[in-house]
Design a protein around this ligand. Structure first.
Ligand SMILES: *Cc1c(COP(=O)(O)O)cnc(C)c1O
Length: 389
């Protein structure tokens, strides 16, 4: 037997906050409770059929059985550029300003390796998608958290970042429409980000995973629509949430070409790109009729209305999200995030995510995902009412 000694980077990972919830979930399941899960941000609806058909056809072509290009098929990168032009009126050179990713999480986790030296600083928000922090830590960097507060509409206050921290920072991660708060960014905020990045020489990584998941006629903007944004940063995008394709692993990054090139260099040393048949299906998704996206969003709108109207009727404090499939709910007086999460699980069989799992500033909130149908969503409200909320 040899002794197994983990690396410092694994030992230093932040504690896994969902361990206690996982244990409680198992216990409730064993009691035979019919659990309703609003915990994980994974769409419950299937991938639209025309995308599946494109995969089926492409999978039979031996050309697609070979190693793909690590930076993506030219055809896929061109489809990405076309889609950006159509959707955001942003012009991209598919040869130098687009890189295909094996899901955007892959690119987000890898990009710090391209720019962060041990001890270098990266700015990110709390709460936030946990991969920003772990990616920076794996590269030996140090994360500085900008708190997202209700009074600032869950946008970071860039003016509150100490000048020496801002000067030292090399990277900044932001994400709008936002997971977990469901907040959206204005063009004005993105302008402020560009000015801040120019002043402090920071590479901006905008995670745009939710720009297509929006309701009530609202169309989120791309960071790259902002003047000067294409010089200071890149945008991560994903087919996962837009087309119910989380399992397919396909995303992309676009923007400043030196940044895209450096990310590609890291990737070429680690992976060999996404399965080409999946990329062909991705082209079908981006180039195809976007009516499927409207259909998906219509369903989420119905679920959102049932959940949010119900929560408000129960006296909880919550805003109706204009984008993302998350609802960010303040915990009732006297409950921490963990206590309210436990209460909902043990008394109502409802799984939610405690806000502090996304960072310390998420304390006092829970996140509920719109991942069950409308009848089931009504049941969520009925069960909560029965437990006294
Ligand atoms: C779901 C999600 C992603 C990434 O998903 P992939 O499936 O890896 O493309 C990225 N950022 C945020 C904030 C997400 O919620």
């Amino acid at each position: 037997m040899i002794t197994i000694e983990k690396s410092e980077r694994l030992k230093n990972l932040p504690p896994y906050l969902f361990k206690e919830i996982d244990r409680q979930k198992e216990e409730v399941r064993k009691r035979g409770v019919d659990i309703i899960s609003l915990g994980v941000g994974d769409p419950d609806m299937p991938t639209p059929p025309h995308i599946i058909k494109a995969l089926q056809k492409a999978a039979t072509d031996p050309e697609n059985h070979k190693y793909p290009s690590y930076s993506g098929m030219d055809d896929f990168n061109r489809a990405v550029a076309r889609w950006y032009g159509k959707r955001f009126n942003v012009k991209l050179d598919p040869g130098s300003e687009v890189v295909t990713l094996i899901g955007s999480k892959e690119g987000i986790a890898h990009i710090p390796l391209a720019f962060i030296n041990p001890g270098d600083l990266a700015l990110m928000t709390s709460p936030g998608y946990p991969v920003y922090n772990t990616g920076v830590q794996f590269a030996g960097g140090v994360s500085y958290f900008m708190d997202l507060k209700k009074e600032n509409d869950f946008l970071p206050d860039l003016g509150a970042v100490p000048a020496d921290i801002a000067k030292k920072a090399k990277l900044m991660f932001i994400n709008y429409p936002n997971n977990p708060t469901a907040a959206v960014a204005t063009g004005e905020f993105f302008k402020e980000v560009v000015r801040f990045a120019e002043k402090n020489n920071i590479i901006v990584c905008h995670d745009a995973a939710y720009t297509e998941m929006a309701f009530d006629g609202y169309k989120p903007v791309s960071f790259l629509e902002t003047e000067g944004a294409g010089e200071v940063g890149i945008e991560f995008h994903s087919l996962s949430k837009t087309y119910n394709m989380t399992g397919w692993r396909l995303g992309f990054a676009v923007g400043r070409k030196e940044v895209i090139h450096s990310l590609g260099q890291i990737k070429s040393n680690i992976d060999s790109g996404a399965f080409q048949a999946v990329q062909v299906a991705g082209i079908a998704a981006l180039d195809g009729d976007q009516a499927c996206v409207d259909d998906i969003n219509r369903e989420y709108t119905g679920r959102r209305n049932i959940l949010v109207d119900g929560l408000i009727a129960l006296g909880l404090s919550v805003q109706k999200p204009r984008a993302t499939f998350y609802v960010w709910v303040e915990t009732p007086r006297g409950y921490t995030s963990a206590q309210f999460t436990s209460h909902l699980l043990s008394k109502a069989g409802i799984v939610v995510t405690p806000g502090n799992g996304f960072g310390a500033a998420g304390e006092g909130y829970i996140r509920m995902a719109l991942t069950v149908g409308q009848e089931r969503m009504k049941e969520v409200i009925e069960r909560m009412r029965a437990t006294g909320f």
